[in-house]
Write a protein that binds this ligand. Structure first.
Ligand SMILES: [Zn+2]
Ligand SMILES: [Zn+2]
Ligand SMILES: [Zn+2]
Length: 285
């Protein structure tokens, strides 16, 4: 697409994910794309746009013959965005976000067919709901907790325009169960990886204490080898006491990935790593 962002165009708003969503929904037995644009103030609410030619129009406003138009475009970095024409204001009120649930059946499942786990993702801890495949318990779908909507949702499916979600509920005996929405997954099952939030302990030679001279003084830093990339490592600069910090993460991303250096009873050195890198491992210091 040739779109170039207009400068100072008051009649155009540029919207990026997660402030909008595109979903396939059945309408009169046909799959149609719908665009949901979330309300700035309360993400529980949104405006629902339906397809009209090459545009999307706000359905509730269109019903009253007012056409609020939006198109899906790519920005200069090839990132998808929505261009919303703002020359006209909505005459409708935003609706509660509740995408159509599909044509299937609501399914109820009990443990051990699901499990709640925590995952590290870009330095954050995310609550995930794992639903195991009925035929092969080593495979699963993983749903991510959506704070603003109060349910768990399959993000790979959202990428494929399908709203597959699950709600965690309690029955009258106080037993936890999961209610799955009607839409089937369009994403693929993946291998289940058990929760992995225990402290990350490493021994030599998985890391190395590296001495170097800086402004005439001897300094120490710790190199931790990247198991996924031979010859690559992360560099942790000395901070204080037994604490070292990943320098690129600190300087470039203002994130702290911390290494603590310890010695056990047999005077072997080991380290404990906390945090997830935003930086990439490198092959020279
Ligand atoms: Zn409207
Ligand atoms: Zn899915
Ligand atoms: Zn880092």
């Amino acid at each position: 697409m040739d779109y170039i962002k207009p400068k100072n165009d008051d009649n155009l708003a540029i919207i990026y994910k997660p402030d909008y969503e595109i979903l396939n929904e059945s309408y009169n037995g046909k799959k149609e794309k719908y665009l949901y644009i979330f309300d700035d103030e309360n993400r529980k609410y949104c405006y629902k746009f339906r397809k009209q030619g090459n545009n999307f129009v706000c359905s509730k406003c269109a019903y009253r013959k007012r056409y609020i138009k939006a198109t899906i475009e790519k920005d200069n970095n090839d990132k998808e965005m929505v261009l919303l024409k703002t020359n006209k204001k909505h005459i409708c009120e935003p609706i509660e976000y509740d995408p159509q649930e599909g044509n299937g059946e609501i399914k109820i499942i009990y443990p051990p067919n699901f499990q709640l786990v925590k995952r590290r993702f870009k330095g954050k801890i995310l609550q995930k709901l794992v639903i195991f495949d009925t035929n092969d318990k080593s495979l699963c779908y993983e749903y991510t907790w959506m704070e603003s909507h109060n349910f768990y949702r399959c993000n790979p499916c959202i990428e494929l325009f399908s709203n597959v979600f699950a709600k965690l509920k309690f029955d009258k005996d106080g037993k936890e169960y999961v209610e799955l929405g009607k839409n089937e997954h369009v994403c693929k099952l993946k291998k289940f990886i058990p929760e992995n939030l225990v402290a990350n302990i490493l021994k030599e030679p998985d890391f190395k204490i590296d001495k170097y001279i800086w402004r005439g003084a001897e300094k120490r830093r710790i190199l931790v080898f990247d198991k996924t990339k031979p010859g690559h490592f992360y560099v942790y600069g000395f901070k204080t006491g037994n604490t070292f910090l990943c320098s690129p993460c600190e300087k470039k991303f203002h994130k702290y990935v911390i290494v603590k250096l310890y010695e056990n009873e047999s005077e072997e050195k080991y380290i404990e790593i906390k945090g997830e890198h935003f930086c990439k491992s490198r092959n020279k210091v």
